[in-house]
Design a protein around this ligand. Sequence first.
Ligand SMILES: [Zn+2]
Length: 424
Amino acid sequence: MFDEFSIYDVMSLVGLDLSKIHSSQGNFDCPICGGKKKLNVNVSKGHGGVCRCAKCGAGGDKLDLYLLFQNPHLVSVRSKSESDYYRPSEEDREQGLKELARILHIQRKDPTFRAKVITAKQAADTAAPQKAIASAEQRNAAYTALLKQLRLSAPHREALHQRGLTDTDIERIMFRSVPMFGRTVIAQKLVEQGINLENVPGFFKVAGENGKLQWSIFCPNPGYFVPIRNKDGLIVSMQIRLNKATTEKTKYLFFSSGIDTLTDGISATGEVHIERGEEPPRIICITEGPIKGYVSRSLYQRLTGRDDLALFCVVGTTNYGKIRGILESYLEQYPVEKVVEIYDFDKFTNPYVSRDRDHLEQLLREVILKMRKKLRPQYEDGKPLPMYISFPEERYKGKGIDDHLLALYLEAHDNCLPCEAETD
Ligand SMILES: [Zn+2]
């Protein structure tokens, strides 16, 4: 039965607009959490299509898509994939498959239903094949060259000062304001420098005066760039901190050009930002968002005089899967004493964040246990045993680790920000 229906059949049944599928995917309102356009449906991935909500993590295959609209019992799936899913239970799936067969048997007699499904399927089949994103090295070269062309506006600098960063930090990290004019000219300068912009998220092509296509930059909304660096320090992705946040959740956008209307653009991928000190890390904190990482490391250094803190910063609380491999290699290489989960304070109030936090904790404990066995000789030799800590409610002095450390810093320095102490 599973192969006898398509994801288009399901979409038609549950009332998702088939014409919203472009380049094999579309975003719809999530029936589980109500997130606007958070449910991503990809018709070409997996076995006949997949879906997943970016907000609550609900998703699965084409059968699960049907069931998400039937108020299912969701179970967590710990797969090899880098993000967790919450999919309908096996009982619900069994039941759902029978129900689908019965309904489709009736629906397919309706010619308009069939025509809609066939048109959508043809449109998707003829869509361009998915491109591969540029390598980390190529992205780093393009983003670094771009940031070097840009400046940071005074209000943006002031906002970063207020978060606890100094001008030295800001220069090192390369925060820059999004250019509001001359974006195609800037892209041309990069091309002249020999930078390859092919398949780098954020870049796309526009027709120049002579009608010839040339590279440009897609960042229509004012704000500033926040580089996301991988474990090797390469800028593999960027966020844009928007000037005007509409809601708490849309303060940040990825620098991305994977929109149907943009020629030769490509979507950004989720990455974990790694921020670490110069010394071998003894403390690892897992938190949310790259700015928190940058700010926290800098403040920790000023507060303690040590530079042995590493921060793994996820973008979105469900996207902690990539941490597994990074944490394993850190435990192997460094004398890590503490692994601290310090998601934002809403882990105590928001049920989705709370659930994601629980699963992150499970992952961290698993990795620590595994490495304790694997590295037993090292530990017997005196390497400190890593301990897991979940940052407790009563100790938060702010919303996140950055606010927490800033509060401690201000207490210790007569309410003077670090930028006020920087003399050079
Ligand atoms: Zn959802």
